[in-house]
Design a protein around this ligand. Structure first.
Ligand code: ADP
Length: 509
C-alpha cells in the first residue's frame, strides 16, 4: 500500500537537527484511516531533543474533533477487522514485527533524539517493543473459548471470546514504542481496532511505528495515531474515554491521570486497563550475593536514567551487609555510569525528559539535604545537576532517609538511589508494603526459604527475586493497589481487549 501523503516527511527531513539517521520513518502529521493528516486548525507543537533542547520537529496538534475522525475511522474499520481470521491478523502482526526489526537502527536513533534514552537502551526498547508484535502474532491464533459440562442433557454450554471494539490507547514518553506495541499488539490480535495518543514529548516514534504498520498492510482505520500538545490532551483524552464508539481504554502513565481516565470511563462503563505509577522496593537481605545485588540495582534503577515505573525507588538494606553493599554500589556507580547525550558512544545515562521532571528530582534531593541535620540523612554521591548542564542530573546516593521524605513516599523518576537500613525481615516487609502502590518490587537473598516467604508477602504485581530486569513480552506486567488494573504482555494481555460470550445451545435431544 502507498502512503497517501508524504509531504510531511520531506519537510521534517529538512527541519530535523542532530539525528544521525533520518529516514522515511519520520513524520509530523497524525496517522488516521491509513493517511497522514494535519490538524483541522493547522496547529502544530514542537518536539525537543532533551539532550540539547533543539527543536526536532513540529507535529500536528490534533484537537477533539480531529480525534473524533480517528475514532470514527477505527469504528468503521472494526466492522471488517473483527471478521478477519486469527491467521490473517497473525500474518499482518508478524509482518509489522519484521518491519520494526528491519528498521531497528533508525527507530533507535529517532527514539534517542526525542526521549534522550541512550542508543543501546533505545535499541533494546525497539527489540522489546517488536517482541510484543511477534508474541501477539502468535497469540492471535490461541484466543480459545471453552466448552463446559452442561447441567442439562438437552443443552450445551460454550464460551467464546470476542473483541470488545475500538480501544483507545494512551501512552507515555518513557517507552515511546514498547508501550504502544504492548497494547496495540494485543488489541489487534484480539480483533479490536485502536486509536493511539502518544505522549507529547515523543510523538515521532509513534508515527514511525504507524508508518511501519501501514507498510505491513494493516488496513486503514485499524491502527490510528493522534498527536496532541499538553494543552489539547485533556480534551482529546476525555473524548477517547467517553465516546460511545469507544469500547475500552488502556493507559500507561501517572496515577493522577489514570484516576481521571478511570472516572471518565465510568460514565460509559468502559473497559479500562491501567498501568500507573509504582514505588518499587529493592531489598537486600544479609544472605544476598552483594555483587549480584549491586548489578541488579544498577539495572533496576538506572535504565532510562531512573525514569521507568518499575525503577527501584526505595532501597532497604539489612544491617549485616549494609556497609559492604553501600561501598560496592558507590564504586560501581562511579565506575560504570556515564552521563551525556545518549546519541554518543559509551553514554548510558541520558538527560531527564523535561524541565518538570528535572525540577521534581531536584526537589526530592533538596528535601533530604535540608533535613539531613535533623534526621541523620546523608548525601553520599551526586546530589546536583550534572556539570553538562541542561537536563542532565548526576547519579546520586542518599542514605538514612525516612518514609516521610518524597524520595521514599513518591516515585522519584530520576537517577537517585535512596537507601534505608533495616534489621529484621518482618521490618523490611512491613516497610515495603507501607505504600498505596504495588507495581514492581525486588529483593536479593540466597536463602531459599526466605525467597518464597518474602515473594509471597510483598504486595506488588511483580517481584524480581535476585533479578533486576523483569520486563519481557512473556511476563504478565501490571500492578495492584493504586498501581493499576489488568495485565499487559503474556496471554493475559488479551483479556482487556476481549469479552467472554456465553452461548447456550438448547433443544438437543
Ligand atoms: P507523565 O507525568 O510521566 O508525563 P502523564 O500521566 O502525564 O505522565 O502522561 C502519560 C500520558 O497521559 C501521555 O500521553 C499524556 O499526554 C497523557 N495525559 C496527560 N494528561 C492527560 C489528561 N488529562 N487526559 C488524557 N491524557 C492525559
Amino acid at each position: 500500500m502507498m502512503l497517501r501523503s508524504v509531504t510531511g516527511v520531506c519537510c521534517l527531513r529538512r527541519s530535523i537537527i542532530g539525528v544521525r539517521y533520518v529516514s522515511s520513518l519520520v513524520h509530523n502529521k497524525a496517522y488516521i484511516d491509513g493517511g497522514w493528516v494535519e490538524a483541522q486548525s493547522g496547529n502544530v507543537f514542537p518536539v525537543n531533543n532533551p539532550a540539547n533542547g533543539e527543536v526536532l520537529s513540529h507535529v500536528a496538534d490534533m484537537c477533539e474533533s480531529d480525534t473524533q475522525t480517528a475514532i470514527d475511522a477505527a469504528h468503521n474499520a472494526f466492522v471488517t477487522w473483527k471478521t478477519t481470521t486469527a491467521k490473517e491478523r497473525s500474518v499482518l502482526l508478524r509482518r509489522w514485527y519484521e518491519l520494526v526489526e528491519t528498521h531497528k537502527t533508525d527507530l533507535a536513533h529517532l527514539m534517542t533524539s526525542e526521549c534522550g534514552k541512550p542508543l543501546a537502551e533505545a535499541h533494546g526498547e525497539v527489540s522489546y517493543g517488536s517482541s510484543f508484535l511477534e508474541f501477539y502474532a502468535e497469540e492471535a491464533r490461541r484466543i480459545y473459548g471453552e466448552v463446559v459440562p452442561s447441567p442439562h442433557p438437552s443443552k450445551e454450554i460454550l464460551f467464546i471470546r470476542q473483541p470488545i471494539g475500538v480501544a483507545s490507547l494512551i501512552t507515555p514518553w518513557n517507552f515511546p514504542i514498547a508501550m504502544i506495541t504492548r497494547k496495540a499488539g494485543a488489541a489487534l490480535a484480539s480483533g479490536c481496532t485502536c486509536v493511539v495518543k502518544p505522549a507529547e514529548d515523543t510523538p515521532l516514534s509513534a508515527l514511525a511505528i504507524a508508518h511501519l504498520a501501514h507498510q505491513a498492510g494493516i488496513p486503514p482505520g485499524v491502527f490510528n495515531v493522534v498527536t496532541s500538545s499538553r494543552a489539547n490532551t485533556p480534551d482529546v483524552g476525555k473524548l477517547m474515554c467517553t465516546s460511545p464508539k469507544v469500547a475500552g481504554v488502556s493507559f500507561t502513565g501517572s496515577t493522577a491521570v489514570g484516576k481521571l481516565l478511570y472516572e471518565w470511563c465510568s460514565v460509559g462503563v468502559k473497559r479500562i486497563g491501567l498501568e500507573l505509577g509504582g514505588n518499587a522496593v529493592f531489598i537486600v537481605f544479609n544472605s544476598a550475593n552483594v555483587t549480584a545485588a549491586v548489578d541488579g540495582l544498577i539495572n533496576a534503577k538506572f535504565r532510562n536514567a531512573g525514569q521507568t515505573c518499575i525503577s527501584a525507588n526505595r532501597i532497604l538494606v539489612q544491617s549485616g551487609i549494609y556497609e559492604e553493599f553501600l561501598s560496592s554500589l558507590k564504586a560501581a556507580m562511579m565506575d560504570r555510569l556515564v552521563v551525556g547525550d545518549g546519541a554518543k558512544e559509551g553514554v548510558n545515562q541520558g538527560p531527564l525528559i523535561n524541565d518538570n521532571q528535572f525540577r521534581r528530582v531536584e526537589r526530592v534531593v533538596e528535601r533530604v539535604v535540608s533535613e539531613s541535620v535533623s534526621c541523620g540523612a546523608e548525601l553520599v554521591l551526586g546530589g546536583h545537576g550534572h556539570e553538562l548542564g541542561g537536563l542532565f542530573y548526576s547519579p546520586t546516593i542518599l542514605t538514612h532517609v525516612n518514609k516521610h521524605m518524597p524520595c521514599f513516599n513518591e516515585e522519584i523518576f530520576g537517577p537517585i538511589v535512596a537507601i534505608k537500613k533495616f534489621e529484621t525481615e518482618d521490618e523490611a516487609i512491613t516497610e515495603a508494603n507501607c505504600t498505596n502502590h504495588g507495581l514492581a518490587s525486588y529483593f536479593y537473598s540466597q536463602d531459599v526459604s526466605q525467597t518464597w516467604r518474602v515473594g509471597r508477602q510483598l504486595e506488588a504485581g511483580m517481584v524480581g527475586i535476585n533479578e533486576g530486569l523483569i520486563s519481557c513480552c512473556e511476563g504478565a506486567f501490571g500492578g495492584i493497589k493504586q498501581s493499576g488494573l489488568g495485565r499487559e504482555g503474556s496471554r493475559h494481555g488479551i483479556d482487556d481487549y476481549t469479552y467472554i460470550k456465553y452461548l447456550c445451545f438448547g433443544g438437543i435431544n
